[in-house]
Write a protein that binds this ligand. Structure first.
Ligand code: DGT
Ligand code: CA
Ligand code: CA
Ligand code: ZN
Length: 561
């Protein structure tokens, strides 16, 4: 265990004792011990192995014994029992900046706040600001701290980082050439921090504008040509300013991935070149660097799209000029999964149609939940019929073609929640698991794929990024059955789903499976998530020919069962 981990346990014991109204000396003894552990420069494990715990100033015999137990068993009975004796979730509450024992105690005694969601609710209802010793300002500060701590504990979703980045680049574009780099340019599903590259003759001026942007929370580092800030949403941003003639090599370097860079550098060395963020050199002379294309070319390979730069074989293929053309951002012709007010969506069919038209789609498919099980406001068969009539009417009016679909729940026993003779009437049937997640996922999905009425499996693995691992599935078997039965697998573009993910997309494509990228929109606004799904498909090496809804309507329908 790290010193900081041990110290954290001692801190929390002190807090808990304090909240409980324990003996002041004891509380202070734990606080002092925590501070002492934080401050020693040697690893506490080493001191413990030498039997020197008690020699640390501030640690007495009693606490030394507790630390010994903690390091030996990775657990501390006393701490566990103390936690059990209190209904307060000290682990998450004490993570919030600005919340010490005193305040946690008051929140618990006056408002019965036991955990983060209690606290969030109370803040929303402005109950905290009315407490003595809190006030409006500290309520707002707590609200920000909560958001911040959430962002810190998990990598940010691609969508959230992407939108924040757009806001920043939008505001800097007219003062300098700016380009997104790092994992955000590679469109990874989660983003650690956002790397931004700019080209300017006046780095200081540009950095001043950047650090003064509205969405910046604070500046964490500042130098001659680079600086780092933290945004109000918790995302860290590194800005680097470079010269025009180095822009390509700098962009290449800061886009990564690190593994991709390392391999490129090895290739450069094998040709007696030197590659860095400052350029590609031969005998001290610059031979490329202004653009990425130029650097790849001089290194003797095809240009590699950022989404592919993960060192998973792309460099070898590029050297042979064999990287396939991956799906473009403007090649999707329709969105096949969306919900309306009829089930759990926020907008009507008309509103969805309007938005799809503005996205220049040729077709779209309405897929409200249908079935007995009342998940997410499912439609009855009667309601589905009436929806069909409404779609017919809208289609007569012209414009983009609306297909009739439905999302059907796969029950725990593997059966579908709607009878086959009803499914037959629909243009596209999606099947997906929404209940009994842990039960026989593979056989339930395979069962559905073997049904000739099921066209697409929606969000096949059921994972939620940073939240839920997904069903326990035999993916090889699923890809194989998808291929044999001609069932299409979805790339669900909801930002917290991205399901299939990039790795599974790559596997599915190489198995010869067909895919469909859909937003699963629950509002017209959600239809914009398509680009996140496309990005993920590109990371999975998907080509236009792999994606059914990148085809014209007739061809698309033929690609399904
Ligand atoms: P992230 O932020 O964790 O989502 O992932 P990245 O890929 O954005 O990583 P980051 O922000 O640490 O660095 C940005 C890029 O800078 C990275 O993709 C490649 C480059 N880079 C960073 N450190 C190194 C390094 O030690 N060696 C090499 N060759 N490149 C590096
Ligand atoms: Ca980064
Ligand atoms: Ca970075
Ligand atoms: Zn669903």
């Amino acid at each position: 265990m790290q010193n900081t981990e041990v110290a954290a346990v001692l801190w929390k014991i002190a807090e808990l004792l304090d909240i409980k109204g324990g003996n002041v000396f004891k509380v202070n003894a734990y606080r002092n011990a925590a501070r002492a552990v934080e401050n020693i420069s040697e690893p506490i494990e080493d001191l413990w192995k030498k039997g020197e715990l008690e020699e640390i100033q501030g640690i007495g015999k009693g606490i030394a014994k507790k630390i010994d137990e903690l390091l030996r068993t990775r657990k501390l009975k006393y701490y566990e029992e103390l936690k059990k004796s209190m209904p307060i979730d000290i682990d998450s509450l004490s993570n919030i900046e600005g919340l010490g024992a005193k305040k946690i105690k008051k929140l618990y005694q006056k408002l019965k706040i036991k955990n983060l969601s209690d606290l969030e609710r109370a803040i929303k209802n402005h109950k905290v600001s009315r407490l003595e010793g809190f006030g409006e300002k500290s309520e707002q500060h707590l609200s920000e701290s909560i958001k911040f701590s959430k962002a810190r504990t998990s990598r940010m979703l691609l969508s959230e980082a992407w939108y924040a980045a757009n806001e920043i680049t939008g505001k800097l574009k007219h003062v300098a050439d700016v380009e997104v780099a790092g994992s955000l340019r590679r469109k990874k599903e989660t983003i650690g921090d956002f790397d931004l590259l700019a080209c300017s003759e006046n780095p200081q001026g540009l950095m001043k504008i950047f650090t003064n942007l509205d969405i910046v929370r604070d500046v964490t580092a500042k130098g001659e040509t680079k600086c780092s800030v933290r945004l109000k949403n918790g995302l860290g941003v590194d800005l680097r300013v470079v010269k025009k003639k180095q822009f390509g090599s700098a962009l290449l370097y800061f886009t990564g991935s690190k593994e991709h860079n390392i391999y490129l550098r090895r290739i450069a060395i094998s040709k007696n070149y030197k590659l860095s963020e400052y350029g590609l050199f031969f005998g001290g002379k610059e031979i490329a660097g202004k653009t990425e294309e130029e650097v790849y070319k001089v290194l003797g390979m095809q240009y590699i799209e950022p989404e592919l730069r993960e060192n998973t074989g792309e460099i070898e293929l590029a050297q042979k000029n064999k990287i396939p053309k991956i799906l473009g951002y403007d090649e999707i012709q329709g969105d096949l999964q969306m919900h309306t007010t009829a089930s759990d969506g926020a907008n009507t069919i008309e509103q969805m149609k309007e938005k799809c038209s503005s996205l220049k789609y040729k077709y779209m498919c309405i897929t409200d939940h249908v079935g007995m099980l009342k998940i997410a406001g499912s439609l009855s068969l009667n309601q589905l019929k009436r929806q069909g009539e409404k779609i017919d009417k809208l289609n007569k009016k012209g414009g983009i073609i609306i297909l009739k679909g439905a999302e059907i729940n796969i029950k725990a026993n593997g059966e579908l929640d709607v009878k086959n003779n009803e499914l037959k009437k629909l243009d596209i049937v999606f099947a997906s698991i929404h209940t009994s997640f842990s039960r026989n996922g593979t056989s339930r999905i395979i069962n559905s794929m073997e049904n000739e009425n099921v066209d697409i499996i929606a969000h096949p693995t059921g994972r939620l990024i940073n939240k839920r691992k997904g069903y326990d599935l035999d993916m090889d078997k699923i890809f194989e059955t998808a291929k044999i039965t001609g069932t299409v697998l979805e790339v669900n573009s909801q930002p917290n789903r991205l399901d299939l993910n990039d790795i599974y997309i790559k596997a599915a494509v190489s198995c010869g499976c067909r895919l469909s990228i859909n937003t699963d929109a629950h509002s017209a606004e959600h239809l914009n998530f398509m680009e996140i799904g496309i990005a993920t498909a590109r990371r999975g090496w998907a080509k236009k020919s792999d994606i059914i809804n990148a085809q014209p309507l007739k061809k698309m329908m033929k690609m399904m069962k």
